[in-house]
Design a protein around this ligand. Structure first.
Ligand SMILES: [Zn+2]
Length: 378
């Protein structure tokens, strides 16, 4: 789920007075923000350029149906991958079948703007027949149109074996499930581990600092038996090696958000691996601009645009719609324009990527790594 990002809050701070066809440029900011930072919702011109790419967001969590929300997807010409997951710390996400039902209801009512990524319930992994039951479940979801399966960070950071060791993503219990996903030609979305800042001493400057405050359960630093990020990522790599025919999309930059060199090495080493950008935009924004442009150009076929945006029963529609739209507008300006943006009071200049690369980030790579996500183009 979402690592608390402040870009939306920042955008909202400056964007309240923006109107739909003139972008909001602040001549100066009373709160110490960046002067002339562009924020607020899409201008008409920006929206046109964004919508023309048939954009896809491959990482969102929608478990609620609302006509105004669907209208927003239509306005943006946006398609989303609606990802289900089981989280026993969250009463809303404890029950896979109830959550799937709400997700399917949304997908079916979305007018073709959403498609489903199902999941397994790894908390049941010690039960007899776990793999077979999981396979029956995901095969049923495939037959209804699901195109991917997610595994989540509870594998690696929460669930333990009888000896008290954390279960890892390459645990043999999951092997038949990976084989099944591969045999069906579907994609595995792997959100394993967390940003480095969840393992390190508290750093108020880290993009994920707010997430720690809201979700202290996942904060490993100072725990008597912390999970090991290194071991989790090694197990993920082992999974990639064991399943060369399985397409794996590493959520959140494959949890290598703090080391683009390490990420590059992985993309070189594992041809069956790509990453989504969900909830990690600040890490891209904090890189030197020329380095980031070079990285994206080099790996333009392996990076998939995504947000980790959420819309659930507890959210009221209009504020969520505003948040979603502002996230897409902000991210778009970073990739597509030269505009100056504000990230936590720091100026960030947009990358102004060439149109063919934007098309890959926002559409083609999703279509390639998630077969079935986009209608075939002629
Ligand atoms: Zn997520």
């Amino acid at each position: 789920m979402k690592s608390s990002l402040l870009i939306v809050a920042t955008a909202l701070m400056f964007g309240v007075a923006a109107c739909s066809n003139s972008r909001n440029q602040q001549p100066s900011s009373p709160s110490g923000g960046v002067s002339n930072a562009v924020s607020g919702p899409f201008t008409d011109q920006e929206l046109q350029a964004f919508a023309a790419l048939n954009p896809i967001d491959t990482h969102a969590h929608v478990f609620h149906s609302d006509p105004a929300f669907n209208a927003m997807l239509q306005k943006l010409n946006l398609r989303i991958l609606d990802i289900v997951l089981v989280d026993d710390n969250n009463p809303e996400l404890k029950d896979l079948s109830a959550e799937s039902k709400a997700a399917w209801q949304f997908v079916h009512g979305s007018g073709g703007h959403a498609i489903l990524c199902t999941s397994i319930d790894p908390y049941k992994m010690h039960e007899r027949g776990f793999a077979q039951a999981s396979i029956r479940g995901i095969d049923r979801e495939f037959s209804q149109g699901a195109i991917a399966v997610k595994i989540w960070k509870n594998i690696g950071m929460e669930i333990k074996d009888a000896a008290g060791n954390y279960i890892l993503p390459d645990d043999p219990a999951f092997a038949p499930i990976y084989k099944d996903i591969s045999a069906h030609g579907k994609t595995l979305v792997a959100h394993v581990a967390d940003p480095n800042s969840m393992f390190d001493p508290p750093n108020p400057d880290a993009p994920d600092y707010g997430y720690i405050q809201e979700h202290p359960f996942w904060y490993q630093y100072g725990k008597p038996h912390p999970a090991s990020k290194e071991k989790i990522l090694q197990a993920r790599d082992h999974l990639l090696e064991l399943n060369p025919g399985l397409r794996v999309v590493g959520a959140h930059l494959g949890s290598m958000e703090s080391d683009f060199h390490q990420l590059a090495q992985h993309l070189e080493r594992y041809p069956n691996f790509a990453v989504d950008l969900a909830a990690r935009m600040p890490y891209l924004m904090m890189q030197p601009r020329a380095d980031m442009i070079a990285f994206i150009l080099k790996y333009q076929d392996r990076l998939i645009y995504a947000t980790d945006n959420e819309f659930t029963a507890k959210d009221s529609a209009q504020p969520s719609i505003n948040d979603w739209e502002e996230t897409y507008a902000h991210d778009w300006r970073f990739f597509a324009t030269n505009d100056t943006l504000d990230y936590k009071g720091r100026p960030v200049q947009g990358l102004a990527l060439p149109e063919p690369v934007l098309r890959k980030l926002y559409h083609d790579n999703a279509a390639h790594w998630f077969p079935g996500i986009a209608p075939p183009t002629h």
